[in-house]
Ligand binder design. Structure first.
Ligand code: BEZ
Length: 209
């Protein structure tokens, strides 16, 4: 199955390092950062798991639950978490799915067979509290993800949901945002009483809190 932005994130029941979870129940009311990695006890993955653990307060501030996945067992994950904590100087507290039968990996198209028949590539799904997929990103085995970008895109999605705006290239929190082309100037006067700058009729920038 090909998953697309706007689809409901498929539900599943699976063992994790924190017991069995029913995904939709576990995720209820939160954003989810669901990410796969090729294997336990591998160097790039170790740094990614450490970084996710270090960012726990940032995820919590944004009402985001991280959920990792690889195709190893719960026992392997637990042993490896000790290594992650030791080497990355952190305490990893989010669950990691033990997908040894590739059940969830297949459901989320995380196996790219021309890369590996059994190991997941570095997939990212950002899922909103309505359980809709809002972002899909796939990285190769040999390149670790940019976690600043993951936090940035969550901030951008939450901002565009709240204020009916859009975020320009390289947007960071605090930067100007774009008034959506679907909002007329007349409606914009009401929605954005602080005013805006018209670069082109379709490109209007405004500042929000
Ligand atoms: C790693 O996580 O270090 C890794 C995993 C698979 C292939 C290459 C690197």
């Amino acid at each position: 199955m090909t998953l697309r932005i706007g689809d409901t994130a498929p539900n599943f029941t699976i063992d994790t390092t924190q017991g069995s979870i029913k995904f939709h129940d576990w995720a209820k009311g939160s954003w989810v950062f669901f990410f796969s990695h090729p294997a336990d006890y591998t160097p790039v993955c170790t740094t990614e798991m450490g970084r996710t653990a270090q960012l726990a307060p940032e995820f919590e501030k944004r009402n985001v639950k991280p959920l990792g996945l690889s195709t190893d067992t719960v026992e392997a994950h637990k042993g490896w978490i000790n290594d992650v904590n030791d080497t990355q100087n952190t305490v990893l507290e989010f669950p990691i799915v033990a997908d040894k039968d590739l059940e969830v990996a297949q459901l989320y198209d995380m196996i790219h067979p021309n890369e590996s028949a059994t190991a997941t590539v570095r997939s990212v799904f950002i899922i909103d509290p309505n359980q809709k997929i809002r972002l899909i990103m796939t990285y190769p085995m040999t390149v670790g993800r940019n976690f600043n970008e993951i936090i940035r895109v969550i901030d951008a999605l939450q901002t565009t949901d709240r204020d009916e705006v859009a975020c320009p290239a390289d947007w960071m929190p605090g930067d100007s945002v774009i008034i959506r082309p679907t909002v007329s100037d007349e409606d914009a006067k009401e929605k954005f009483p602080q005013g805006w700058k018209t670069i082109r009729p379709y490109l209007r920038l405004t500042d929000i809190k």
